[in-house]
Design a protein around this ligand. Sequence first.
Ligand code: HEC
Ligand code: HEC
Length: 307
Amino acid sequence: MSDEHHESPIKTPGQLIAVAVASFLLPIAAIVLVVQYVQNSNRIGAGTDAFSTEQVNQRLAPVAQLTVHDSSAPHVFKSGEDVFKAVCTTCHTAGAAGAPKFGDSTDWAPRIAQGYDTLLKNALAGKGAMPPRGGTSPDDYSDYEIGRAIVYMANHAGAQFPEPQAPAPGAPAAAAAAAPDAGAAGATGASGAQADAASAAAAALAALPASSAAPAAGANSADAAQAGKALYTSVCATCHSVGLLGAPKFGDAAAWAPRLKDPIDTIYNYALHGKGQMPAKGGSTASDEDVKAAVDYMVNAAKNGSS
Ligand code: HEC
Ligand code: HEC
């Protein structure tokens, strides 16, 4: 007859207060969550549907980066151990092809004695059966990461090298090295655009498939221009794409101008026999013809860069 007989779960004043408070707070919490959700959706691609292209791309990004190499993506540096396990272990764990064996201090002692800088230089440029950068491209592993792998290996064989310096965030390792380079050339200073163009060219070259570079070492019969480009990509780019160790940068007319005053035979000779920090043949075992072709390739790029 009346509601009084109805069994209510609320038996005490305390419970009544709790229910009253909850019936206010729950809808408010729900509204806050909905508002936040809507604001989040709008933050990217304002005025579009909840799943804008940007959002979809954002969600896909981590997956896409695994398959499509995006060199502009923020780079998370690999540890020395990671690089070692991914690359260097192929030869250095078993001592294949005469590689100093991981953890073998007898193998490593004479190498460590050369000092870290020499080891890094040799690992970047290649030495004997050791391919430049262990056969990787600068896009895969930066100089810094190769350096970390060296420190990892050397320190497991008795060295006490400190961790290499991380490159400035955002800037490719090249940026710092390139600045003094432009100054040394005595030019009015390579403009930012020029430097960008050079590094873009270098990036494009570095992105070439490694297979196109492989024949460079042996095949002299191949078209000289092709061989020059291939050797450049597989060996010389290590230093010349970024101006490492003060190398004149690829495509940088200002950096090359003072050198191009020499007769081409002199320039060939420097490349063949070394000059300052520039190792003979860039540290490779390429034929004289291929080294000259690589010089031609670099010289042409420098001349075209001046247009
Ligand atoms: C394809 C086999 C191979 C791979 C891969 C390889 N190395 Fe080597 N590495 C060698 C060989 C062979 C030597 C000995 C070269 C010599 O002294 O003639 C060597 C020597 C070295 C040396 C000593 C250089 C010196 O000046 O004595 C360093 C440092 C080095 N490797 C670092 C690395 C790093 C770092 C990686 C990985 C990023 C790597 N290597 C990957 C084969 C390899
Ligand atoms: C390990 C780093 C490194 C590698 C690898 C390297 N270079 Fe160099 N290169 C340099 C440096 C540093 C200089 C500047 C030397 C100087 O003027 O003291 C240079 C200078 C040169 C010059 C200019 C010489 C002159 O003053 O006229 C030529 C040409 C050249 N390199 C060609 C090559 C070729 C070709 C290759 C590949 C086969 C190569 N380099 C690989 C570091 C390198």
